[in-house]
Design a protein around this ligand. Sequence first.
Ligand code: FMN
Length: 310
Amino acid sequence: MKSFPLISPPIINASGILSYPEVFETFENQGASIGGYVTKSIGPNEKKGNENPVIIYNNSPGGPTLNSLALPTQDLDDWIEELSKIRLKKSLLIASIYGGNPKEFSHVTEKVSPFADIIEINLGCPNKEPGEKTIMESIGQNPILSGEITSSVRNSTDKPIIAKLSPNSDYLAVAEKCLESGADGLGCANTLGPGLSIDIKTKEIILAGTSGGISGQALKPINLLMTFEAFSRFSCPIIAYGGIETWEDGVEYLLAGASVLGLGTVFLGKSTEESIKTTKDIWSGIQSYLQGKNFHEFVGKAHKNIQESK
Ligand SMILES: Cc1cc2nc3c(=O)[nH]c(=O)nc-3n(C[C@H](O)[C@H](O)[C@H](O)COP(=O)(O)O)c2cc1C
């Protein structure tokens, strides 16, 4: 395993939300408490994704958010041009990538690696265009193939690699293969599902892609358990994603074993100013909780407490 770079503060955006280069510099310049910026997942070929509506945003407490974007991506050369222009002063750049097979993952990695500090492999997207198979079904639920893809990425970059898993998989088996094959850490995790939502007035299915990945608070207990189990088994760096909306959510993930916190759905429906304030509130709340102690002393503390009480 490579030594994992310090992401400071240990908060990042989740791929797919605020994940375009122009946003990164604005947020950094305006003092967001974000130590690393993650791109939208970058694929090997231009892809349109589904037509609207692609997001059902539920802002009632605990309400699930669904998305069926199906990994739209611009031409790889256009991505490279954009990435080459990003000038971050102190935050890291994390390139999220995907493909259909090891060769495609390797190709995208070679292209983006010179511009990225970390490569995040998307193994778990559960939404698709009609007629496609999701990445989750075709790759993320298959430990052997996930390992082969991680190897192909490992052979194409010297940057640290995060394998971002699906909660809807035998995730410890997948994680084991990815870590054996060169991943330096895990992303716990992508959206759950997919799930469905129907408009009772029109009696129609809402999402153009029919089903969508579930994110937000409804996902938190599932990805929290995943983080806990992955840390217990592998003690590796973990980026946690799933319903982190408050500093308390962040602390729970930290105690379960996450060393970096990814924020996604919490930004939906918020202005730039509100989103930046959200990052600051979460980080300052966590810092008050830590009472001057080092963040890393708290990583996985819930495990230590179990062992101590035995
Ligand atoms: C609108 C939207 C787009 C997303 N796009 C991607 C993507 O391109 N790649 C990826 O790995 N995850 C993607 N995700 C998943 C998020 O990165 C994150 O793992 C998930 O939403 C859980 O975090 P949250 O509950 O804070 O949103 C997307 C999620 C949403 C809501």
